[in-house]
Write a protein that binds this ligand. Structure first.
Ligand code: ZN
Length: 292
């Protein structure tokens, strides 16, 4: 297992972590500047932040700062109520693949979606089985395109509390079943993003990480699970402030040969997004050394 205690060369910052500074929006170019100033070598930006700053502009800044992209957030949201909706999702995902390519990302992260309409508070139906079928078919179709432009797809299983509205793929086992079905040769074109926030509780986690192996482990996301958690989406903790044994999970991932970045991804309306982004980033760097 790599020693993270001496430096932060394997730290990546998911730019959602710094999307707000003292409660106000912080534009992506300012986030990239801040990361570069601190010697952070990698980031993982979100599509809305990239769109706001302009794709070409962001691609230029990434290159001029010499930043790597440990991922691009995010594609997915495959299920829909009709054929036109499925087609629109596919088109949007193709665009996400193209953006990931232009930015030089190592993979496109997929939050696969769930019951159509649920995210807006009104689910169109209750058939989670149908949603899962549409997710499988949607990833399979997107994979053909992603392969053709050599952009790996990383399925991110989300904690089951999001099964209705954000992702109906909720465990590593489920994500890896999809990988085995759609990419049986383990080509590297399809794998998983292991986010400790979503999977730390899973009694099969170690076994499924071993099953994934190096070919399927495309990204590693860290933050912490607070007790109590105040908000299902936006109350993620800083590493070391919660109950996740992050070094243990990182050890499992690295024992399979994963040697990529450890990406800090914290959504925190009430705490970290209220602080100055410089303080948040300095804390991420310190905790990367002491608690990851
Ligand atoms: Zn994540």
């Amino acid at each position: 297992m790599r020693d993270f205690s001496q430096d932060h060369r394997w730290l990546s910052i998911n730019t959602a972590t710094l999307r707000k500074s003292r409660g106000a929006d912080l534009p992506l170019p300012a986030i990239l500047d801040l990361c570069a100033q601190r010697g952070v070598r990698a980031v993982s930006p979100w599509r809305d932040q990239v769109a706001a700053a302009g794709l070409g502009n962001v691609a230029r800044l990434v290159r001029s700062h010499g930043l790597a992209l440990s991922g691009y957030c995010r594609g997915g949201m495959f299920p829909a109520v009709d054929a036109a909706g499925l087609e629109a999702a596919h088109d949007d995902n193709r665009r996400a693949v193209d953006e990931a390519r232009e930015l030089g990302a190592t993979c496109l992260v997929l939050v696969v979606g769930a019951l159509p309409g649920a995210l807006g508070g009104r689910a169109a139906h209750k058939d989670i089985g149908l949603a899962r079928t549409q997710v499988r078919d949607g990833i399979g179709r997107l994979l053909d395109y992603a392969r053709s432009v050599q952009m790996p797809l990383a399925i991110e299983p989300l904690h089951p509390m999001y099964a209705a509205d954000r992702a109906c793929v909720n465990t590593m086992e489920q994500a890896l079943d999809l990988c085995d079905e759609l990419d049986p040769s383990r080509s590297g074109a399809l794998g998983v993003a292991v986010d400790v926030y979503h999977v730390w509780w899973d009694p099969k986690l170690q076994a499924q990480i071993e099953r994934a192996g190096r070919e399927r482990l495309l990204a590693f996301h860290v933050c912490d699970w607070l007790t109590p958690t105040q908000d299902l989406l936006n109350d993620r903790g800083m590493m070391g402030d919660g109950v996740i044994d992050i070094p243990r999970i990182r050890g499992w991932v690295e024992s399979q040969g994963f040697a990529g970045y450890s990406e800090v991804e914290i959504f925190s309306t009430g705490n970290w997004w209220q602080r100055d982004a410089s303080e948040v980033l300095d804390t991420c760097i310190a905790r990367h050394r002491s608690a990851v």
